[in-house]
Every structure is written in structure tokens, then in C-alpha cells.
Design a protein around this ligand. Sequence first.
Ligand code: NAD
Ligand code: UD1
Length: 338
Amino acid sequence: MLVLVTGGMGYIGSHTCIQMIEAGMTPIIFDNLYNSKSSVLDRIEEVSGQRPIFVEGDVRNKADLDKVFSQYDIESVIHFAGLKAVGESVAMPLEYYDTNVNGSYVLTAAMRDAGVKSLVFSSSATVYGDPASVPILESFPTSATNPYGRSKLIIEECLTDFQKVNPDWSITLLRYFNPVGSHPSGRLGEDPQGIPNNLMPFVSQVAVGRREFLSVFGSDYPTVDGTGVRDYIHVMDLSDGHLAALNHVGKKAGLHIYNLGTGNGNSVLEMVAAFEKASGKPVPYKLVERRPGDIAECWADPAKAKADLKWQATRTLDDMTQDTWRWQSNNPNGYPEV
Ligand code: NAD
Ligand code: UD1
């Protein structure tokens, strides 16, 4: 089974490619290396025993995509490629709409022209905005509070409209909660450029000594200890969710929407404590003001994915923190440049 994986050199895509290879699928990675390094390919090969086909290209460039679709007999597409930093999206909205929305449009048009009718799209729990209650069901109303979230929402809506008039297509929207962790080998992981925006990469850089302390954004939320609560999901579980989607609904015509989360929430301070335990290193922190746009708590109801995709998260919080630490301590500066 040949699957085009846009953004396959990135954090979630690279882990998914390993799981695909191990399941006997053949990923073809399509990535412009905007936020990833080519040495990821060596690591995928080292861990999985197979070097995936890699095509350097941009999802906004239809000629690049047409060429791949004509060269390979592609059955399905997993579309990870995109920009993902909320703060940056506020500062550079046009770039976010161009890469995320226009990129998804060009990709879908290239698929249509090539007769490929199976698409799995990386969406986010951000499309639920500030949910009225938790756990969050797929049927909850959607909204956006920043250009990143709005780009995901626009893509979801475009794909929904498109699927309505192309009922033989299978389009799956996977709404990820908070991906963390690394491959258990310690050879692949999250390699943010510059100052990390997300909690776990920041915590692990504090533990490894690259940063002095963590700023905990808000300690007066109505939560277990006043800090924000999120549904952290191991990237290996998330990757498995993509294989489950391909296997169970990838050939089933329709629009399919699933939460990929664990169904559990953990606070910032719980994550810090779990990380200190896994690493044996202190993680100094300071309680500071809330981060604008943050919500108090957010976790998934993952029952729909369990019922339809026969998938559920199995890795524990200890797995997430131990695997993150193995990656961070073995690769304190991320992937080599090469
Ligand atoms: P990432 O930045 O590590 O990977 C994205 C990959 O896409 C990178 O390798 C980058 O080089 C590539 N890319 C960017 N623009 C491109 C373009 N124009 N053409 C081709 N390739 C391009 O991000 P990730 O964490 O692996 O996220 C993957 C997807 O999942 C994104 O769409 C993101 O919005 C979504 N998502 C991520 C999270 C998260 O916390 N990591 C949460 C929810 C949703
Ligand atoms: C963020 C994005 C969301 C995206 C998700 C991907 C925002 C507002 N939202 O969500 O759109 O889909 O990442 O995983 O950025 N925290 C700290 N100190 C830090 C960093 C984070 O205390 O240095 C806290 C946050 O306040 C939050 C929790 O840690 O309570 C998780 O934050 P983060 O990893 O940025 O994820 P989200 O805010 O859930």
C-alpha cells in the first residue's frame, strides 16, 4: 500500500512513517524541509530498517505534487504538512493561510486530478475553541481564536464541502489533543527550532540544562491545582491512530471525524512532577500570568475512535516522560544538521 505522507519529515509524520513501515505499508514522504532536517530519513531507516522514498517538494506547488502522483501508484494521502505555532500565526497570518489552507487546497486538487480519493488530515483539538464542558465529543461546536486554529477550521470546512459533492471520497479529519513523547529508541523525537512554544519540549530543555526555568502560565484556573489541564497523548499512540484510520475508514466513502486523545487530563504541575521522576533532574519553575488565549482544561472523549477505528491510546504518562527524556538527553541539540 503506497501512501503519500506530506510533512512526513516532521515530528508526528516521522513517527507515523516508522509505524507504517512496520505494518508493511510504503510511505512516500513529501516535505519541503521548512521545519525538519534531512537527517530524519537516516533515523527512520535506522529504526525501521527501511529508507522511505523522499520527495522534496512544497504542497503549494501543484507541479511538484502532480509529478509524484504520476510517478507512483498512490492509494491514500496523510496530510501532515503545515505550520503549527499559534503565536507565530498571529504575527504572520498570511503565511499560515497560504501554507495550511492553500496547501491543502492544492493537494486536494492534485489528488482529484490523479484519481486518488482517500485523505487523512491532521486537525487539532484547537477547533473546539473554549469548550463548554469536558470531555470533548466530536459533535461539539467548533470555533477559532487565532489564525492557526482558523486555518484548521477552514480546511475542515473546505474538505467537508468537497466530500459532499464527491461522495465516493474517504476524508478523515483527525483532531489531535496534545502530542508528546518520542520513539522509544530515543532516535526520533520533537526537535523544535528556537524557543519551544509547547509545554513538554520546554520542560525537557529545562531538565537538560538548555533553559533555566519553566514559566507556568497561570495558577488560578479552576482545576486540580490551578494550572492548565490537557490531554497529553504519546506520539506513538497518535501515529497508530493514523494507521487505524487508514485501515478502518480509509477505503470507506464518507467524511469521518475523530478525536485522538487519551480521555485523561493532566495539569502542568503534574507533568512537571512526572518529568522530574523520569529524568531524575529538577525542573525549576515560576508561576506567572496566564498566557492569553489559553483555556483552563481540555480533554477528549475518545470513544468514537475506539468504536470505529478499534484504536485507543495505550501508553502511560511514564512512557511519555521517559521516552521524551531518552530523546532529549541523547540528542540535546535535536537532529544533526547534515
Ligand atoms: P512539524 O512542523 O514537526 O512537521 C510538519 C512538516 O511539514 C515539517 O517537516 C515541515 O518541513 C513540513 N512542511 C511545512 N510546510 C510545508 C510545505 N509548504 N510543503 C511541504 N512540507 C511542508 O509538525 P508536527 O508537530 O509533526 O505536526 C504535523 C501536523 O499536525 C501539522 O499539520 C500540525 O498543525 C498538526 N498538529 C500538530 C500538533 C502538535 O502539537 N504537534 C497538534 C495538533 C495538530
Ligand atoms: C497549543 C495550541 C493549540 C495546539 C496545541 C498542540 C495555544 C494557545 N494553543 O495548545 O492550538 O493545537 O498546542 O499541542 O498555543 N504551558 C506553560 N508553560 C509553557 C508552555 C505551556 O505553563 O512554557 C502550559 C499552557 O498554559 C497549557 C499547557 O502548558 O496549560 C499546555 O500548553 P501547550 O503545550 O502550549 O499546548 P496547548 O496550549 O494545549
